[in-house]
Design a protein around this ligand. Structure first.
Ligand SMILES: CC(C)(COP(=O)(O)OP(=O)(O)OC[C@H]1O[C@@H](n2cnc3c(N)ncnc32)[C@H](O)[C@@H]1OP(=O)(O)O)[C@@H](O)C(=O)NCCC(=O)NCCS
Length: 179
């Protein structure tokens, strides 16, 4: 499928499309913590707040349709404001071709510019594609939350991962050398 994909910060005119993409991946039930997207007006308010603050909140678009997203939400507690929590997702037909890595590197670069020095995430233990991508960009496993997720009667462990943005190993991200 020939197509041009752009990676851009979220914009007002992309909010509905972002909401639809998030909802679609939530409804797959096997990847995310939510099983459907929050109500659109709640999301609009949240995203407008993020836009105003310059929070790293990127989307991948094809012909102005959101096909993926990656964001890092700063932790609000006063002792943890240097940290952010990363979330990512692509619509099914856009997976498995390197887009996740591009989106992630650009978002980590934005997180570094925003001033964050630590990015963390959790991922279900059986999500091998996501785990592989996270390791590739430098995340390290920091722990395991046993039976943290229960969906459709089945427990899943969550793997906790973290990345230090000012560490030597992250030079490419910190120096803005991301493609
Ligand atoms: C996770 C996600 C963002 C990854 O992005 P992507 O562009 O599809 O990533 P890719 O499949 O191109 O690459 C991921 C890596 O996993 C590898 N991989 C894919 N399937 C694999 C498997 N079954 N076993 C091991 N590695 C696998 C790929 O080879 C690639 O590694 P490489 O670049 O070293 O070859 C995307 O698949 C997605 O949106 N998934 C659904 C939502 C989701 O899981 N979100 C994260 C929740 S924590």
């Amino acid at each position: 499928m020939a197509m041009t994909i752009d990676i851009v910060p979220i914009r007002e005119d992309l909010i509905d499309s972002f909401h639809a993409a998030l909802d679609a991946v939530c409804r797959e039930r096997i990847y995310l913590a939510f099983l459907e997207a929050p109500p659109i007006e709640e999301m609009r308010a949240f995203l407008r707040g993020n836009m105003a603050k310059g929070t790293p909140q990127l989307v991948a678009t094809s012909a102005d349709r959101v096909v993926g997203w990656c964001d890092v939400n700063p932790v609000q507690r006063p002792t943890m404001r240097h940290s952010g929590v990363l979330g990512i997702g692509l619509l099914g037909e856009y997976r498995g071709r390197g887009l996740g890595e591009k989106l992630m590197l650009k978002t980590l670069e934005a997180a570094h510019r925003f001033g964050l020095s630590r990015v963390e995430l959790t991922v279900r233990h059986n999500n091998v594609r996501a785990l592989q991508l996270y390791r590739k960009v430098g995340f390290e496993v920091e722990g395991r939350k046993r039976r943290a997720v229960l969906v459709d009667g089945v427990y899943h462990d969550l793997i906790c991962m973290g990345l230090l943005l000012n560490a030597d190993g992250q030079a490419a991200i910190c120096k803005g050398q991301v493609p």
